[in-house]
Write a protein that binds this ligand. Sequence first.
Ligand SMILES: [Zn+2]
Length: 66
Amino acid sequence: MVTTTKCDHCGADANFVIKKEFDGRLMNFCCKGCLGVYEMMREAGLAGQPPEAPQAPEQNSSKNKR
Ligand SMILES: [Zn+2]
């Protein structure tokens, strides 16, 4: 059985996989170019936000300020 890892940026088969962790999630990239572009997009806020990350209820935390 052959396990093919796909690039998390472009979706191409990643033969030489570069692994990098973002926000505790391990991402796979086929090349340094995809890794670089993904990092840039992420910093610019263009990369998809992780749907499982809920917005922090800041109103409540500020109300309970010590
Ligand atoms: Zn790629």
